[in-house]
Ligand binder design. Sequence first.
Ligand code: NAP
Ligand code: MG
Length: 491
Amino acid sequence: MAIKKKRVARELLFGDLWEFDPAPETAPAFIADRYGLFINGEFVAPKSKKWIDSISPRDEKKISEIALAGQADVNAAYAAAARAFPAWSKLPGAERGKYLYRLARLLQDRAREFAVAETIDGGKPIREARDFDVPMAAAHFFYHAGWADKLEYAAPGRDLKALGVVGQVIPWNFPLLMLAWKLAPALALGNTVVLKPAETTSVTALKFAELIRDVGLPKGVVNIVTGAGETGAAVVKHPTAAKIAFTGSTGVGKWIQRELAGTGKRLTLELGGKGANIVFEDAAIDQAVEGIINGIFFNQGHVCCAGSRLLVQESIEVEVLRKLKLRMKSLRTGDPLDKNTDIGAINSKRQWERITELVDAGVSEGAEIYQNDCTLPKKGFYFPPTLLCGVTQSHRVVKEEIFGPVLSVLTFRTPDEAVEKANNTAYGLSAGVWTDKGSKYLAVASQLKAGVVWGNSFNKFDPASPFGGFKESGFGREGGRQGLLEYGELV
Ligand code: NAP
Ligand code: MG
C-alpha cells in the first residue's frame, strides 16, 4: 500500500497523471505589420524595394514584414553614422550616459511588451524572455551608462578615444540581449553604429529603434539595417567601418576574419561553443542535475555557451543519469507563450532540420537516445529534450555544435581525464565544474581552455563580467571593463 502511494505521489509530482491548464501570456506585443530600415533616426523604406516575411516559430504564422537592405541601404546607414560621429564622440560622457540611462529605463517601462514580442518572434519561453532577456538587456544599458562618465577609470593614465563607426552583426538566439551587448559599450565610448540583427529575429531590434527615437538619441548614432547574410556581408565589408563586432557561427566568423585581413579594421568575434559540464563524484548531485538541465535546455539549447557535453565521473554515472531522466520528465515543451513552458520553439525550420540531422547522425553512429515522451504542438518547430548516451569523443554529436536541446553524455575516471576530455574540442567558450571541494574546482578550472568556467552553477551572467572565447570560439571580450576597452583606442 505504502509503495503504491509513493508511486502515485511521484507521478503527480512529475506530470504523468497531472496536466497543467494552459497559462498563456496575453499582454499585447505591439508588433507593426511592416518595419522599414532605421536610418538617420527614422524608419525608411529600403532602396532595394525588397521586403521579407517574418514568421513566428511557435505557429509558423507571419507576424510582420521587414526590409531587405541592399548595398545602397547599407551605404546610407554608414553615411548617417559617419555624419553623427563627430558630435556624438565629442559629447561629454555624462551626456551620453543620460541617453543610455533613458534607454534602460524605457526598456524597463515596456518590459512586458518586449518580452512578449521576443517570444513570438524567436520562440523562447515567455518565462525566459521576461525574467532573463529583457532585464539583462536593460542591465547592460544601465551598466554602460555608468561607465560613460568614468572612462578615465577604465584606462588609468591613458585616454580612451572612440573608434568611429562600428559595424555590428548579431545572431537569433538572444536577439535583444545581443543588441544590448553590442550597442551599450559602443555608445558609452562615443562610437556610432550600424547594426544588423538576424533575419529570423529582427522585430525586437526594430521595436528598440522606436525607443531610440523616443529618447531623442541624436540622428544617425544608431542605424539598424535588416536583411539576410548578404546584408551582413555588406555591413562587414563597408570601408567606413572602423571596427566589426560579430556574434554568430564559427564558419561566418572565419570568413569575416579573412575578409578583414589587411584592412586595419578592429575585429571581435563571439562564435560557437561546445561547453563541457563536469560533474565530480563529490558534487551535490541534485544541484548538479539542476545545473545540467539549465546548462543544456535553457533557451532550447540555442546558447553558444551551453553545457552541451556532460562529463560525469564514472562512479556516479548511473545515479546522475537516473536523476537527470526523472528531472527531464517534468520539463514542459510547447507553446513558448505559455507561462508554464520550459522549452519553447526551435528558432527556425532551418535550425530544426540541423538539429534533427545531427541527432540522426548520432544515432546512426551508435548513440543511445533518450527523449521525453511528450506531445508537441502540430504547427511550429519543436524538438523534445534529448540525451545521447554511449558516445565517444569522435562522434559528430560530441564534436559539433548542435545548438538545440540535445545533451551528449561522456564519462571520466580522474580529474586529469576530465580536463583532457573537456579541452578536446575546437571550441573554448564555457565550462562548468561541480564539486564539493573548492581546491578541486580551482585546480580544474585553471586548466580548462574556456572563456568562462562556472563553479557549481551554469549560465550565470552579469554585465560587469567579461565574456568571450578561446580557439574557434573567437576572440575579444564583451562585458566588464575588458569589453568596454574593445570599443576604444588607447592614446
Ligand atoms: P550565423 O549564420 O553566423 O549568423 C549570425 C549573423 O550573421 C546573422 O545576423 C546572419 O544573418 C549574419 N550573417 C550570415 N552570413 C553572413 C556573412 N557572410 N557576413 C556577415 N554576416 C553574416 O550564425 P547563426 O547560425 O545565425 O547563429 C548561431 C551561431 O552563433 C552559433 O554557432 C552560436 O554558437 C553563435 N553564437 C555565439 C555567441 C557568443 O557570444 N559567442 C552568442 C550567440 C550565438 P542572417 O541571420 O540574416 O542570415
Ligand atoms: Mg521570427
